[in-house]
Structures are given as structure tokens and as C-alpha cells.
Design a protein around this ligand. Structure first.
Ligand code: SIN
Ligand code: FE
Length: 287
């Protein structure tokens, strides 16, 4: 469930044996844990370890590295620029590590986020509450079967980040697929046309959203399905396919996260991708 790798540097080259272990564990649904890989803040960046750098609306501050545009921060001017620079430095280090450690040649670097608000006391609707076990699926971002890979770093000076990691994707999908209702192709088409979604949702996207929601809404599943508590201490990093690994973030403050997207053809074993598992279980072509 947790594969601990002794990397101490953000830059390769890494040992071949270690690289082979990394891709196999990751694709089979483990969280790659880097206990000795801290993302170091510069002295002046330590001022950003403060919940008030968030605008109080969104969960996360996000940065689009292609435009340099930062969203959901209360900061302006030079300070906003310094926070964006910190996020950019983290994102590019995470991208370099992913490039060196994994065999994927075409990895799209998507958004970078900073999570400066303590997870514990937040209040959300069940569907948007990431303290409940879930796989990642986003209403406005159809993936068409592509993967969601996320790199996290705990940059809090003293608080660990607490997660739960759940059962294998296939077990979860087997239990919930029979319960998620029929999907109306007209709705996906309309959402695409109206711009509710970026492009059209495939049947895969509809199923993943239904699985995300059904799992969060099922109290019995939340309380009784097999899961393991994982503690990410300050100064560590981890990497995980969050569209596959059931996860819940229960507590912690000050994490950085970089999202990557990739086509399943990049995978060493594409048959392990959620889209392939769901196609096998449902007997349907989903993308
Ligand atoms: C999530 O992806 O559900 C939240 C993870 C975190 O912020 O630790
Ligand atoms: Fe999540």
C-alpha cells in the first residue's frame, strides 16, 4: 500500500532497480513514499505558512504554470509573486523527479496547488469533503480515460498530514458499479456544448464521478470498508495515482501538490488503468 523509496535528491539519475520498483508499485495502486525528500522553503517563504494567504473561498491556491496565473490567494503584488514563485519551483522540481523516476515520456504538467488551510476543522458538503474516502474525479474536467497522478509534499514545520488509504480500485468498482445508475449521453453532450465541462464527458468520466459520489455518500462504506491510516511527517513527499487509489485526507496543514495527466498508452501496464478495469467489469467501451 505504501512503497517507501529512499530518494534524497529531486534530480536523477536514479538507480535502475529503484525505478523499476517505482513504476510497478505506482501502477499497482501503491502510494510512493519519499521519507527523505523534503521540499525546502526559502527563509522569506516561511511567511506563507499561514492560513490567511488563502482567500477563504477555495480549498486550495492554484497555479497554472503555462500562464503563471494564481487563483484563490488573498495576497497581492510582490507577495503574490513570491508565493507563485515558490509554487512554481515546487512544480518544476516535482516534474523533474517524475521525468527521471518514471518511464513516461509524455506527462502533462497540470495545476500546482498550495493547501494552507488545516484540513480538520473545514466544513463542506459530503461530495466535496475530501476527508471521506474517494477516488479523484472532477465534474468540470473530463479525463477521457487519461490518468491523474499527483505529487505531494508536506511543508508544515511540525504537523503530519494524515490520510486513509482504502481497498484496491477493482474491489471498490466491483461493489459500486452495479449501484450507479444509467448515464444519459445527452447530458454529457449538452454540458460540453454549454461549457459546463472542458470538452465532453465520456462514459468513463460519468462513471468515475458516480463512483466518487456514491462512495462518499455511503456511510457503511466509509466506516467499514478496509483502509489503512497513513501518516506523512513534516519534510516528506509522496506520489500517487489518485484516480485509482482510494484516499481521504483527515488532517494536516501546509501541503504543496503538483498534478500530472497522462495517457494510458504511457503506462508500463495499461490494463491496470481505471478505464480498463471499468471496461472489463462493465463489458462496455467507455471512451
Ligand atoms: C485529496 O486529494 O483528496 C486531498 C489530499 C490532501 O490535500 O492531502
Ligand atoms: Fe482526492
Amino acid at each position: 500500500m505504501l512503497e517507501s523509496l529512499p530518494l534524497e535528491s529531486w534530480r536523477g539519475p536514479y538507480d535502475q532497480g529503484l525505478k523499476a520498483r517505482a513504476v510497478s508499485a505506482l501502477e499497482n495502486g501503491a502510494v510512493l513514499f519519499f521519507p527523505n525528500l523534503p521540499f525546502a522553503l526559502l527563509e522569506p517563504e516561511k511567511q506563507f505558512l499561514d492560513a490567511s494567504v488563502s482567500d477563504g473561498q477555495a480549498k486550495n491556491i492554484s497555479l497554472d504554470h503555462t500562464t503563471g496565473k494564481m487563483q484563490a490567494s488573498s495576497l497581492t503584488g510582490e507577495k503574490a509573486g513570491a508565493l507563485a514563485a515558490m509554487m512554481e519551483r515546487f512544480g518544476s522540481q516535482a516534474a523533474s523527479l517524475v521525468h527521471e523516476l518514471l518511464p513516461y515520456r509524455n506527462v502533462e504538467r497540470a495545476r500546482t496547488s498550495f493547501r494552507p488551510v488545516q484540513v480538520k476543522g473545514r466544513h463542506y458538503s459530503k461530495i466535496s469533503d475530501d476527508r471521506l474516502l474517494h477516488i479523484d474525479a472532477f465534474p468540470s474536467r473530463p479525463m477521457q480515460g487519461r490518468r491523474i497522478l499527483r505529487f505531494f509534499a508536506n511543508v508544515a514545520p511540525s504537523s503530519p498530514r494524515h490520510w486513509h488509504v482504502g481497498q484496491p480500485f477493482e474491489d471498490f468498482a466491483r461493489a459500486f458499479l452495479p449501484r450507479v445508475g444509467p448515464h444519459l449521453p445527452g447530458k454529457s453532450w449538452l454540458y460540453g456544448k454549454l461549457g459546463v465541462t472542458r470538452g465532453r464527458r465520456s462514459l468513463y468520466d460519468e462513471l468515475m464521478l458516480s463512483l466518487h459520489d456514491a462512495g462518499k455518500l455511503d456511510e457503511n462504506f466509509q466506516n467499514n470498508s478496509p483502509h489503512q491510516a497513513v501518516t506523512f511527517p513534516p519534510g516528506c513527499s509522496w506520489l500517487v495515482f489518485t484516480d485509482q487509489v482510494l484516499h481521504a485526507a483527515l488532517g494536516g496543514e501546509f501541503a504543496l501538490e503538483q498534478t500530472f495527466h497522462l495517457d494510458i498508452t504511457e503506462m508500463a501496464e495499461p490494463s491496470l488503468a481505471p478505464v480498463k478495469v471499468l471496461e472489463r467489469l462493465s463489458g462496455k467501451t467507455l471512451v
